[in-house]
Ligand binder design. Structure first.
Ligand code: ZN
Length: 292
C-alpha cells in the first residue's frame, strides 16, 4: 500500500498530511508560514516520520513550473518577506529523499477536485478561490494548465460597477478582479462581515465582479464547470448569485443550456481539503514519473 505526503503551502499557514485519498488523509498538521527555513524545516520533519513513496506540494506563487528551467520549483518574485527566490521543491526534496511533485495551490485544488470532488468525470474545469486574494487554476484536457508562468485569473480586467468608485487594492493594477472582489477589498467598502443587509450587499457586489471574471474564463477556456471556494464564497447564496450574474452577463451567447443549469457554478466538493487532495494527486504523479 503506497503512502503519500501532501503539502499545501499557503501565504499565512501551511498544511501537511499523509494518506492516499481525502478519505484516509491524516489530520492535517497546521504550521504557520513564517520564514522559509523554519516552515519548510517543520514540513520535512513532519513528513520524515513516515515511510513515504512520494510527496506533492500545492504552493502559493508565483512559482516556476517549467521543468527544464534553471529555477524550476522556485517561488520567484513574491512580495511575501523572505520568500522570494525560495527553492521549495529542492528544499523539501532534499529533506524527504523521495520524488516530489509541485504545482500552484489553485491548480492543486483543481486537481484534487478532479480526482475526488466536484470535478470528477470532467476533463475541462476551473477552480477559483475568492478570499484574501483571488486566484484560479484550470484543468484542460485532464491536465493542469501552465505555460509561461501559470494562469493568474485573479488579475483579469473588470469594469467598475455603477456607483462603485472604489479604486481597487491590487498593488499592480488597482482595479482588477482581485483588486475589486477579494475579501480585503470588500472589507474596505463594507467593513467586517456584519449585518445581514450589509453582507448581502457585499455578496452581490462580489458576485457581480466574479461573474465578470468568469465570463472571460468561459469565453477563453470553455470549462464544463466552475468550482468556487475561499472565504468570500462561503457567504450565504454566493454561488447562486454568481451564477445568476454570469447567466445575465453571458446574455445567451453562445447558446449553451449548460451555462444556465445549476451545477455549472458549484462550491468545492472537498470543502477545505481541495488543496491537500491536489497535493496527493501531485504526489501520485511524481511517484509514477519516477518509476517510468
Ligand atoms: Zn491585479
Amino acid at each position: 500500500m503506497p503512502l503519500y505526503g501532501a503539502v499545501e503551502l499557503g501565504g499565512t499557514k501551511t498544511l501537511v498530511a499523509v494518506g492516499t485519498s481525502p478519505t484516509d488523509l491524516s489530520t492535517p498538521r497546521r504550521i504557520p508560514t513564517t520564514d522559509p527555513g523554519a516552515t519548510l524545516g517543520s514540513v520535512v520533519e513532519y513528513l520524515n516520520q513516515f515511510q513515504l513513496d512520494s510527496v506533492g506540494i500545492a504552493s502559493f506563487g508565483p512559482v516556476e513550473l517549467r521543468r527544464h528551467h534553471d529555477s524550476y520549483g522556485v517561488i520567484t518574485t513574491t512580495p511575501k518577506p523572505g520568500w522570494a527566490q525560495t527553492p521549495v521543491l529542492e528544499t523539501i526534496g532534499n529533506g524527504v529523499e523521495v520524488p516530489v511533485g509541485l504545482d500552484t495551490d489553485v491548480n492543486g485544488s483543481a486537481l484534487g477536485e478532479g480526482s475526488w470532488g466536484a470535478g470528477v468525470g470532467l476533463t475541462d474545469f476551473v477552480y477559483i478561490t475568492v478570499g484574501t486574494g483571488v486566484g484560479g487554476g484550470a484543468v484542460v484536457g485532464g491536465r493542469s494548465l501552465t505555460g509561461l508562468g501559470h494562469p493568474e485569473m485573479g488579475h483579469v480586467i473588470v469594469t467598475p460597477a455603477d456607483g462603485d468608485d472604489y479604486p481597487g487594492r491590487c498593488p499592480y493594477h488597482g482595479v482588477c478582479l482581485e483588486g475589486m472582489a477579494s475579501g480585503p477589498a470588500l472589507e474596505d467598502r463594507f467593513g467586517s462581515p456584519g449585518s445581514d443587509d450589509t453582507e448581502a450587499t457585499a455578496r452581490d457586489l462580489a458576485a457581480h465582479y466574479i461573474a465578470q471574471g468568469l465570463r472571460n474564463i468561459v469565453y477563453t477556456l470553455a470549462p464544463q464547470r466552475i468550482i468556487i471556494g475561499g472565504g468570500v464564497s462561503t457567504m450565504p447564496g454566493f454561488h447562486d448569485k454568481t451564477h445568476a450574474e454570469l447567466t445575465d452577463q453571458l446574455a445567451g451567447y453562445p447558446p449553451l443550456p449548460e451555462h444556465e443549469q445549476s451545477g455549472f457554478i458549484v462550491p468545492p466538493g472537498l470543502g477545505e481539503l481541495s488543496g491537500l487532495a491536489g497535493a496527493l494527486v501531485l504526489a501520485q504523479e511524481a511517484a509514477r514519473t519516477f518509476q517510468s
